[in-house]
Design a protein around this ligand. Structure first.
Ligand code: 5GP
Ligand code: MG
Length: 189
């Protein structure tokens, strides 16, 4: 079996050609997720929100976030989009697998792993808007404010980060690293 991930004494990891260093611990992530969930529980109480997890990257965040949601009518569904090739946003966003649920008249909460340029989110919002939801909210684990290139509203951000490329907790580098419990940032050379 090829060995893709190696650990050294400094906790730096190697994924294919790139090195990553520990950046946000699983404990810090858990606290941030709980804080976001508490705000959502308060804001959307009494509604029956449909949480829409954007696969693949948001699957870990969505699982942790959704279990902190105490709104009795809360439901979850999954949609698949892709915009990254390697460590660069391709600029072209593809809807790889579509929505089967009826969202008309409902409160939809898009659950994203990370908002970078914002193009994925903007396009997803316009696709969903055509299905006449009552409202669309956005919850993201991570937000890179300095990378935002379009006008899009984000209602709930767990953690703001600078523009560096990160992996772990669902986020990948060429499909590797999604299983890391902590978040790592790329080591620039
Ligand atoms: P955007 O369209 O906002 O530029 O990018 C959104 C998507 O690109 C995210 O949902 C995520 O899948 C991917 N992405 C953006 N920044 C990063 C990053 O630092 N690391 C990883 N692994 N994926 C990222
Ligand atoms: Mg994503």
């Amino acid at each position: 079996m090829p060995k893709f991930i190696t650990f050294d004494v400094m906790d730096t990891i190697q994924l294919k050609d790139l090195s990553f260093k520990p950046y946000i611990s699983s404990a810090e992530i858990a606290t941030a997720v709980k804080n976001v969930a508490a705000r959502i529980n308060e804001d959307l109480a009494g509604k029956n929100p449909l949480f829409l997890c954007v696969l693949n990257g948001a699957f870990v965040f969505a699982a942790d976030l959704f279990r902190e949601i105490t709104i009795p009518g809360a439901e979850i569904a999954f949609i698949r989009m892709k915009s990254y090739i390697g460590t660069q946003s391709s600029g072209e966003v593809q809807l790889v697998s579509g929505l089967t649920e009826d969202i008309s008249g409902r409160t939809v909460v898009i659950v994203e792993d990370i908002v970078d340029s914002g193009f994925t989110l903007k396009q997803l919002k316009s696709i969903l808007q055509e299905c006449n939801p009552a409202e669309i909210k956005v919850a993201t684990l991570l937000f890179k404010p300095e990378s935002l290139k379009c006008d899009v509203t984000i209602d709930y951000v767990a953690l703001d980060i600078p523009p560096a490329f990160i992996v772990g907790y669902g986020l990948d580098y060429d499909e590797l690293g999604r299983n890391l419990k902590d978040i790592y940032s790329v080591v620039q050379d």
